[in-house]
Structures are given as C-alpha cells and as structure tokens.
Design a protein around this ligand. Structure first.
Ligand SMILES: Cc1ncc(COP(=O)(O)O)c(C=O)c1O
Length: 380
C-alpha cells in the first residue's frame, strides 16, 4: 500500500526527545523557547509563539486582535474546517468569500464584495502550501482598515516574493500547523509568528491561562516571583517533548522541501497531456513547498472522483478528496443555511490529493503516475 503521507522522523528526533525527557522538563519550558527562537529566525521574524496546534494558534490570533461577538472575519470556504471554526470559537462570524478560478486561494474581488461594516479581519489560507498572492489582499485590508491574518498551516518552507512565509511583511500574524500531514510534524503543534512585540506578549498570556509570568521565567529568577492573571486565558501550550521533535524537524526543513519539490516535478512531467487531468503549477510569485500534491479531474462529478479514488485504492494507492467546501458541512448549514460558492464546490468535487512523502521510492512514484494516467481519462 502506498500511503498518502508519512512524516520524516528519525534518530535526530528520538535523540532530542530522549534528552528532553531525561532533563525532567517536559512541558512549555526551555525546549519550547528553543523551538520558538529557531523558528522565528528561520522565517525572518522577531517573535514566534508556540501553541498546541494551528487551530488554537488561529483562535489566539483572533483573540489577541480583540475580535469577538458582533465581528465578522472573511474566510475562504475552500479550506480545512478549522480555518472557519476558530472564528466561531472566538464568538465572531465567519463570512465566506470564494476562491479564484483555477486557484485554490481567495479571490480578492470576492473578498472585497464580502466586506461589511462589521468586518474586522481577512483570513488568507495558503492552501496546500501554495502561497496566495498577498500583495493585493494586504492592500485591500489596509484600505478598509482590516487586519490580514495568514493561515499558513500548510506553508512552512514556502516563499512569497523571495521571503519565507511567516516573515510578517504582509500580515501581522501568521499561523502554522505541525500535524503529521504537514511539512514538519510534532505530532500535533502550532506556531504563530509576529513582528509585533505587544501582540506576542498578549499571545503568550492567552496561551497559558492569562498568567503574567511563565514557569521558565519563574524557574530562572533569583528572586521570588508571584504570578498574576490579568486576563482570561487558555491552556494552549506545546509540550517540551513536542518542541524537541520540532527542533529536530526544523533542521531538516530545507532537505524536506527540496525532496518534495523533486517528487512533484516528476508527477508534473508524468501527468502532462493526460486528457481530463489538470495540475496546479507553482505561481510566478512563489516557491511552493509542495505540502500536498493535488490533481484536478476536469469535468468530473463528486461521484466520478470517488470512483477514481476507489480505482487507485484497488491498485494499492491511498488518496484523499481535495480540499473541502466548509459551507456544505452540516454544522455550517445548520448555523448559516444553504450557501453556494461555485469555484470552491467545483474544486472540492474534482480534486484529489495524491501520495507525497520524502521517503517515496522511484518505483512508488512511477506506480502512482501509471495508475493516474490509466484511470483519469475514464472519469466522468
Ligand atoms: C488550512 C488549515 N488550517 C488549519 C488547520 C488546522 O491545523 P491543526 O490540525 O494543527 O489544528 C489545518 C489542518 O489541516 C489546515 O489545513
């Protein structure tokens, strides 16, 4: 069986985890601080705040901006459900704006049309790690006095106009995921980057119960420190055990991205000219980490897509439907009624994610290419 994804974990991660366990400090302590410093330096920003996952990173980002009940946040419907759920968690309303035709990212014209007097922020998702065009969205946000937040769950290792995603040139807050299907994995885990010291401070308060002094500061102090709780906070900590994996993973980032891009290039070449099959190219403004390799079965219905995926499975190849359309899920229909975003819906029905992991052998890559070439032209 060829799986969809496989994190690249090895002796480096095991050694750092063992060292961390032996140190006796296993939650949000020195290893988390080390991971944050290394991450901030890697993406070229002043601050990085680790969280338990990307959903909590997005939730804290909204709270740190003061977004809550009565506010609206514009979100693409074409994303993992967490992109919109975090807005509901903050007590605000997610307002969907469709994606651009041919892209899986927000359409700036649809965003402009969705702005109301209640809009406070735009959440741009770098879907499948493929960077959205931030310049236009950042200009729109500025002109309407809105904050741009980047959901970069999939985008560590990608670059936009020559700078790493996460560098906060275009948005004050950028959120990452370290779920096992992402480029770097800590099991679960998240990170928020920001260039704003006050926002970073607020995020640190919010992620640990609103506590004014963290355990690491208390431990290192030569005088007695008593903490205070000025605001309502959460327990969204990353553990030191997870951070140890993250430190080791981050050191491998460049190699992981190079390998993923090489596999994607082989897929691109293998799928060229196949009738009924579309691929997503690297945008001219970006270097893409190839977090997910998606093909589009042009003209397919959702049933045709499922039949294609079943044929792959029968051949021993795992795949997943493409990105979901959040507004079609029952928990959104029950809240907001039926909504339609045709580009998102078409892309959800026609797209399929293929296996891509750094350890893939040449034979496995060839097996996937041959199976897709065999089955795609028959899809209706
Ligand atoms: C675009 C996007 N946003 C947010 C998330 C949530 O990330 P996490 O699982 O780390 O909470 C995901 C996870 O798949 C995602 O793909």
């Amino acid at each position: 069986m060829i799986p969809l994804a496989k994190p690249e974990l090895g002796e480096e991660e095991i050694a750092l985890v063992a060292e961390t366990i032996r140190s006796g400090w296993i939650t949000q302590g020195p290893r988390v601080a080390e991971f944050e410093t290394a991450f901030a330096s890697r993406v070229g920003t002043a601050h990085a705040v680790a969280t338990s996952n990307c959903t909590t990173a997005l939730h804290l980002s909204l709270l740190a901006l003061g977004i809550g009940p009565g506010d609206e946040v514009i979100v693409p419907p074409h994303s993992y459900i967490a992109s919109a759920n975090c807005v509901l968690h903050a007590g605000a309303t997610p307002v969907f704006a469709d994606i651009s035709p041919g892209s899986l990212n927000l359409d700036p014209a649809a965003v402009a049309a969705a702005i109301t007097p209640r809009t406070k922020a735009i959440m741009v998702v770098h879907q499948i790690g493929r960077p959205a065009d931030l310049v236009e969205l950042a200009a729109l946000a500025r002109s309407k006095h809105l904050t741009l937040i980047e959901d970069a769950a999939c985008a560590i290792g990608s670059e936009y106009r020559g700078k790493p995603i996460g560098d906060t040139t275009h948005a004050p807050l950028v959120c990452f995921s370290f779920h096992p299907r992402k480029i770097l994995s800590t099991g679960d885990g998240g990170m928020i980057t920001t260039g704003d010291a006050a926002l970073a401070q607020k995020l640190r308060l919010l992620r640990q119960h609103g506590m004014s002094v963290n355990d690491l500061q208390r431990h290192r102090s030569k005088t007695v420190v008593t903490e205070e709780y000025p605001i309502l906070g959460y327990n969204y900590r990353l553990t030191d055990v997870q951070a140890a994996i993250g430190v080791a993973q981050l050191r491998k980032l460049d190699g992981i991205v190079v390998r993923r891009r090489a596999i994607a290039a082989r897929y691109d070449a293998g799928f060229a000219g196949v009738p009924g099959l579309g691929i997503f190219r690297e945008p001219s403004h970006a270097r893409w980490n190839q977090q997910t390799y998606v093909i589009r079965l042009t003209g397919a219905t959702a049933a045709g897509r499922d039949a294609f995926m079943q044929r792959l499975l029968d051949d021993g190849i795992a795949s997943r439907r493409g990105i979901m359309s959040i507004h079609r899920e029952a928990c959104y229909v029950s809240r907001f009624g039926a909504q339609h975003f045709p580009e998102s819906e078409r892309a959800s029905d026609q797209c399929v994610c293929l296996p891509l992991y750094t350890q893939m052998t040449d034979a496995e890559i060839t097996t996937v290419i041959d199976a897709v070439r065999r089955h795609a032209p028959a899809v209706r």
